[in-house]
Design a protein around this ligand. Structure first.
Ligand SMILES: [Zn+2]
Length: 158
């Protein structure tokens, strides 16, 4: 099989929700009874996800080993993988601004890969971080920050 053909085939299979690599790896690991702590956690989590396990998910998600494991897990989908990717970037990213929310609580904005911003608020974490559509990706804090930056630029001497 040529590499291009193999890649195209894998693409098609992935679109159909079938990943031979994932399944093969899972099979081998099961047969050998190899299970990393991350894999064990995911196994339990996907079996019966509940509030407590999602809270724990939030913590472990910052571990790169864990994100690798999520990518390979058959129960994870693209949305979840985008969520994990964002959480990782938020964990490692540099703070570009701190904004005050309506409640007086302050949130940190961080620069993500590709230039987009991330926020530490719950709206961003749970609803925005995994969005694919550009216009769905920003929470109100990010929007406010970008607007202020735009206003600042346009008021400057040109
Ligand atoms: Zn926010």
């Amino acid at each position: 099989m040529t590499i291009a053909f193999k890649a195209a085939l894998e693409d098609e299979l992935t679109k159909l929700g079938f990943s031979p690599y994932k399944q093969l790896r899972r099979f081998v690991r099961k047969a050998l009874r190899v299970q990393s702590p991350q894999e064990k956690f995911l196994e339990e989590h996907f079996k019966k996800p509940n509030q407590a396990s999602w809270d724990k998910f939030q913590q472990v998600v910052q571990d790169p080993k864990f994100s690798r494991e999520v990518k390979l897990h058959p129960a994870s989908d693209e949305k979840l993988q985008r969520f994990i990717g964002s959480m990782n970037q938020m964990h490692n990213g540099n703070v570009v601004a701190t904004v005050q929310g309506d409640s007086g609580k302050s949130y940190e904005l961080k620069r993500m890969r590709g230039g987009r911003l991330g926020c530490t608020c719950n709206d961003w974490r749970f609803k925005r971080s995994h969005q694919n559509q550009r216009k769905e990706q920003d929470c109100k804090h990010i929007k406010k920050h970008l607007e202020a930056a735009r206003a600042h630029r346009s008021s400057g001497v040109s």
